[in-house]
Design a protein around this ligand. Structure first.
Ligand SMILES: Nc1nc2c(c(=O)[nH]1)N=C([C@H](O)[C@H](O)COP(=O)(O)OP(=O)(O)OP(=O)(O)O)CN2
Ligand code: ZN
Length: 149
């Protein structure tokens, strides 16, 4: 089995409301999301994806539509973070994404993985499997989510 990995980048704001240190402040990151799919390499004569598991641009298309375009230049806020939600609401036309969990790297990569696993499955069936997603919050800090085996 071969895997292919595509990296995508986006900028977003967040805060960790109960954090003991500086991450309780509203701040932003340039996130990197890495998507890894596994599957057989196409051997279909004349097929545009011959020799590929999946064209990198097709890996990108779904992740861009469902995660990057939704989170890019948004503020990712926990639904229970009432004070910040009220502030963001007061701004009117602001790109805010309300999440059902605190926007740590761990929770964000889980949301991304679950969203994308369902989408790749819907598009490509059992031919491909999302096996791994990695989300970098900073160049030094990231979280991984793996498919259940
Ligand atoms: N397990 C987690 N720990 C932390 C998370 C997280 O999502 N999961 N998030 C943060 C902060 O939001 C921030 O992203 C990390 O800041 P920091 O530790 O400062 O990361 P840097 O790469 O900038 O490290 P420096 O030492 O400042 O260079 C905190 N913890
Ligand atoms: Zn942060």
């Amino acid at each position: 089995m071969i895997t292919v990995t595509r990296a995508l980048h986006f900028d977003a704001g967040h805060r960790i409301p109960d954090h003991q240190s500086q991450c309780r402040n509203m701040h932003g990151h340039r996130y990197t999301l890495e998507i890894t799919l596994s599957g057989p390499v196409s051997t279909v004569d004349g097929a545009p994806d011959r020799g590929m598991v999946l064209d990198f641009s097709d890996v990108k298309a779904i992740a861009k539509a469902l995660i990057v375009d939704v989170w890019d230049h948004a503020f990712l806020v926990y639904s229970g973070d009432t004070v910040v939600r009220n502030f963001l609401d007061s701004l009117g036309d602001h790109k805010t994404v309300v999440l059902d969990r605190i926007p740590t790297a761990e929770n964000l990569v889980r949301i991304a993985f679950d969203t994308l696993a369902a989408a790749y499955q819907a598009q490509y069936g059992d031919r491909l499997k999302l096996t791994h997603a990695r989300l970098y919050e900073t160049p030094n800090c990231w979280a991984d989510c793996y498919a259940a085996t």
